[in-house]
Design a protein around this ligand. Structure first.
Ligand code: ADP
Ligand code: MG
Length: 279
């Protein structure tokens, strides 16, 4: 089967501007500790598209996010992931990040004694400098500390974040909203081509919800594809996805437009489960 044929066919009228889809997950199977969690996931994301992946707890959403990020605990047993036509399964997590795939982790680790600004400067300059070295045509230039500060101020203004946030120590006493703010700021600075955000129920209080939705709305554009993973519909009141997918038991069982999220809110996952069981 050609890359992304399954979904590409339905979508040719929407985004047939380039022959290679930007991000393709094809028949992806993955296991942890010999237990199969992903059982054949198919999903295509193109630039300029916001996709929401929804599903009940335990359906495999975070597993998918982790596998896309290259988390070493998961074993891909079948299928492929293509980014701009290249199979990325052999790419280390840092290579994925360097090439423009961003994954906001569900539970960022606490790094005591590192300020937000210093952490972001490390993350961004590492990525940018590696990209600069890889770009033979010099299309990406290395970033100086001064340039970094300017970029950071610019992005913080775009995201309406207070300057004082930059001097905070990373994750020390961060509220749910502040953790999200840190992730969204990192995303703004890295300017990924493919952004994957995994939003759990637990992490999303009202403030966090607002940060994520305003951040995605401010940053999503024609150059970026977004996969927004979320357990619940509420987030989609603030971010309007172009496509909605429902995951059940390690597979995407339903694809649709924004109306699918509303349907889900009205009917619940049980109805989808019954429909799937009934064939
Ligand atoms: P979701 O994010 O949709 O709630 P997860 O991907 O976290 O779902 O989990 C999917 C399934 O994988 C669950 O049955 C969960 O128990 C199992 N699982 C997740 N992580 C591990 C792990 N580290 N070891 C064993 N099983 C796991
Ligand atoms: Mg999860």
């Amino acid at each position: 089967m050609p890359i992304g044929a399954e979904q590409g066919e339905e979508r040719t009228t929407m985004s047939d501007t380039s022959s290679t889809p930007m991000f393709v997950i094809e028949n992806l199977h993955a296991s942890i500790e010999d237990k199969e969690i992903l059982k054949g996931v198919n999903l295509t994301v193109n630039r300029g598209e916001v996709h929401a992946l929804m599903g009940p707890n335990g359906s495999g959403k975070s597993t998918l996010a982790n596998v896309l990020a290259g988390h070493p605990s998961y074993e891909v047993t079948e299928g492929a992931i293509y980014f701009e036509g290249e199979d990325i399964l052999e790419w280390e997590p840092d290579e994925r990040a360097r090439r423009g795939i961003f994954l906001a982790f569900q539970y960022p680790t606490v790094i005591p004694g590192v300020s937000m600004a210093n952490f972001l400067r490390m993350a961004v300059t590492n990525t940018r400098n590696a990209r600069a070295e890889a770009a033979a045509d010099g299309g990406v230039s290395k970033m100086t500390p001064r340039e970094f500060r300017r970029l950071m101020r610019e992005k913080m203004a775009l995201l309406k974040m207070d300057d004082s946030f930059a001097t905070r120590y990373l994750n020390e006493g961060f509220s749910g909203g502040e953790k999200k703010r840190a992730e969204i700021l990192q995303m703004a600075l890295l300017e990924p081509t493919m952004a994957i955000l995994d939003e759990t129920d637990s992490g999303l209080d009202i403030d966090a919800l607002r940060v994520v939705s305003e951040g995605v709305n401010a940053l999503a554009g024609p150059e970026m594809g977004v996969l927004l993973i979320t357990h619940y519909q509420r987030l989609l009141n603030h971010i309007k996805p172009h496509y909605v997918h429902i995951m059940l038991d390690g597979r995407i069982v339903k694809d649709g437009g924004p109306e699918l999220a509303l349907e889900l809110e009205a009917q619940g996952y049980e109805t989808v489960r019954e429909q799937v069981a009934a064939g």
